[in-house]
Design a binder for this molecule. Sequence first.
Ligand code: ISJ
Length: 255
Amino acid sequence: NKMAKAEYNYTVDSARASLVRQEDTIIFGLIERARFPLNSPTYNQSYASIPQFRGTLLDFLVRDTEVIQAKAGRYTNLEENPFFPENLPPSVEPHYPFSQFLHPSAAMININNVIWKLYIDELLPIFVASGDDGNYAQTAATDLSLLQAISRRIHYGKFIAEAKFRESPKGYEPLIRAKDKEALMKLLTIESVEEMVVKRVKKKAMVLGQEVSLDRNVKGIKYKVDPSVVSFLYQKWLIPLTKNVEVEYLLSRLD
Ligand SMILES: C=C(O[C@@H]1C=C(C(=O)O)C=C[C@H]1O)C(=O)O
């Protein structure tokens, strides 16, 4: 029933359970992108010669896909954040009453420009092979789904932060009023949870990304993406950026 769902509230536990499920999506996204080599023309503006468009092939695919997805209603759910929020058309779909769980002034945080640059400059080179096989459109399509999965995970920090705030407003309020970023970061950090995330994604990459063969002569296990690269991505980028979103969200929580 629609109204019952609209009243659905997130808790720290339910939000964490979502992050755990999102790990699967991110790992499959990495596996799918790693099918192709780097294919650098995908990200090169001087390679793309799209009529009436300035930008790379990836810019083009993401921008136009977001237009269609916005019309179809994707961004009426605040778990989704567009990479090109400027001039997106409204949804043409009937309005679904999603829960208004986030604090309105903090809900609009969007660090996708940071995520985009990081993805292309830092992440891609560590999990894809170098080289060029000409499949630029297919490559861009896998980039799009992986970027969306990574962005959703990082911006989910808003929901985690709101749930944490509601569980202990007395702990957070003075730090928010003092704009004490460092103390907020310390209060919301739980190292044991982070360690579990890092270990679990490595194990998931082994299980979900294992090459499966019926040939008994195949020796040794091969993985479609290196499991230690997956745990490194989480440790170095995804977790820290999620926590930055949590801090930014909390700083605006009392506005
Ligand atoms: C997301 C949370 O907040 C922080 C960020 C974590 C993460 O990004 O996985 C894990 C633990 C916390 O340090 C959480 O508490 O679950």
